[in-house]
Design a protein around this ligand. Structure first.
Ligand code: ADP
Ligand code: MG
Length: 504
């Protein structure tokens, strides 16, 4: 299964002591977190967790299968229907989210270190992820007691109003590129709105969410409100997507699996679906820019988080007048990125998450070369046991080449020329995706016209990969359904009830 070894969980303890490469030591939970307790899976199965920077196994964690999902859903349903959660004033939900944020602050070093160990990302970026989680929890803590309906004046002998009610048990399936940040984006709005959750981390990166389970308990969340089940997509994930008692599923991951989730919802109980999927986002540079500044953002746009970002600016389009200069400056800038040991404070780009992913990226580079691409820089791995790939820029790529159309999800960027706004809009909008985009220019008119005409859920102007909890994020086209973050995300986790009172 995706290169991850399944092992027996029969003699596996519920936690283990881990000493991290930076000297940080902590107790790592290994069980499934259901009803505020760590338990083993019913099938006594487990799977190995690997460090991408060494290729070595860190530990194994207990595996949830369909029977365990049933138990977790029952716990979440009880908490929603009968538990203290069901009667908790909304403001108290905000207090709990703020407590969780406090605990993230206290444990920032451990949390960031676990992310670096398990995902392979650079520690400086992992710290940024944790800061993003804290910001997200605090933002949704603020919303908890500000979610309300309206009174509609329909006639003098009726009194009509709406309520924004929580949906119930939410299944949340998250990817491995931002294990905790995606956890926070999902938990924040779901909890603020009063739902309960069964969360499945990606099988590649289960460790940080399990550690957070201890913080959830410490923060004082009642049992069953947040359940965390490590397991494989095709088993535990599938059980969540098809579950008859899960009323809403939120998924972040590949477009292919997104289709499966939607089909599962249709074939089971028509649970509500939000999907945040892939992208192949255009990053557009006009010839009036300050080249060094623009290059800083195109470098960050593609190589941030080792290129494992759904919104990565993986198609760079440069206006013909500055094309050669931008290619030269970008190449120099990419070669200056420090790639290697994620625990080195100076590292910008760590390891790719897994051997499977590493090989997939290298294969795409070969496909690109076969299509006639010129490797401006990179194009090969680092000489190391871990899964490191040099920042790679491909030029001479045509619009319908696979490396221009398909999401590579690694440190590989295509760069191509354009003539004018019409030309770059056609190119920029020329994929089935529509997650993000960016335009770099000094002209306000150009920035606004291009922003208006790009078919994407986000347009960054003179920046890239700039997120904030208040700003909605999500996709046009095959990049997804619904928006995460901001006030928008509250819609995903509430349903409207209309009350119509006859006064006559
Ligand atoms: P990738 O291929 O990049 O690993 P995926 O979309 O496969 O991304 O994974 C994202 C999340 O979706 C993970 O938590 C994974 O376990 C889960 N997943 C994968 N396949 C399925 C499936 N058939 N049903 C439900 N969840 C799945
Ligand atoms: Mg791992």
């Amino acid at each position: 299964m995706a290169g991850i070894e399944q092992v027996s969980g029969a003699n596996l303890p519920l936690s283990t002591h881990i000493k991290l490469p930076n000297g940080v030591e902590y107790e790592q939970p290994l069980g499934l977190f259901i009803n505020n307790e760590f338990v083993t899976g019913k099938a006594s199965s487990a799977f190995e967790v690997t460090s991408p920077s060494s290729g070595k196994v860190i530990c194994s964690v207990h595996e949830a299968q369909a029977a365990d999902i049933d138990i977790a859903v029952d716990a979440a349903e009880r908490a929603f229907e009968e538990g203290p959660w069901s009667k908790l004033p909304p403001a108290e939900r905000g207090i709990l989210l703020n407590k969780l944020a406090d605990l993230f602050e206290e444990n920032l070093t451990i949390l960031a270190s676990i992310e670096s160990l398990d995902n392979g990302k650079a520690i400086q970026l992992a710290r940024g992820d944790i800061a993003g989680c804290i910001g997200c929890f605090r933002y949704y803590a603020g919303w908890a007691d500000k979610i309300h309906g309206k009174v509609m004046d329909v006639s003098s002998d009726t009194f009509c109003y709406t309520k924004q009610e929580p949906i119930g048990v939410c299944g949340q399936i998250i990817p491995w590129n931002f294990p905790l940040l995606m956890f926070a984006w999902k938990i924040g709005p779901a909890i603020a709105c009063g739902n309960t959750v069964v969360m499945k981390p990606a099988e590649q990166t289960p460790l940080s969410a399990l550690f957070v389970a201890t913080l959830i308990k410490e923060a004082g969340f009642p049992p069953g409100v947040i359940n965390i089940v490590s397991g494989f997509g095709r088993d535990a994930g599938n059980a969540i997507a098809y579950h008859m008692k899960i009323k809403k599923v939120a998924f972040t991951g590949s477009t292919m699996v997104g289709r499966t989730i939607m089909k599962a919802a249709a074939e089971s109980n028509l649970k509500k679906v939000t999907l945040e999927l892939g992208g192949k986002s255009p990053n557009i540079v006009f010839d009036d820019v300050d080249i060094d500044r623009a290059v800083e953002w195109i470098n960050f746009g593609i190589f941030y988080n080792s290129g494992e970002v759904c919104s990565a600016g993986s198609r760079v389009y440069v206006q013909e007048g500055v094309y050669d200069k931008v290619v030269a400056a970008f190449k120099k800038r990419a070669e200056a990125n420090i790639v290697g040991n994620p625990f080195d404070e100076k590292t910008f780009q760590g390891a790719q998450v897994s051997k499977v992913q590493y090989e997939r990226i290298l294969k795409y580079i070969e496909i690109g070369k076969g299509e006639g691409a010129k490797v401006e820089t990179g194009g090969e791995p680092l000489d190391s046991d871990g899964y490191f790939i040099k920042p790679t820029i491909l030029s001479n790529v045509k619009m319908d080449d696979r490396v221009m159309q398909e999401e590579i999800f690694g440190p590989v960027c295509t760069i191509a020329k354009f003539t004018d706004i019409d030309d770059v809009i056609k190119k920029g909008n020329g994929t089935n995706y529509g997650l993000a985009s960016a335009v770099h220019t000094k002209s306000l008119n150009t920035a606004i016209e291009v922003s208006n005409r790009l078919k994407a859920g986000t347009v960054w102007v003179n920046c890239y990969n700039s997120f904030h909890a208040a700003l909605p994020f999500g996709g046009y086209g095959e990049s997804g359904i619904g928006r995460e973050l901001g006030k928008e995300a509250l819609k995903n986790y509430t349903q409207v009830k209309t009350v119509n009172i006859n006064l006559a």
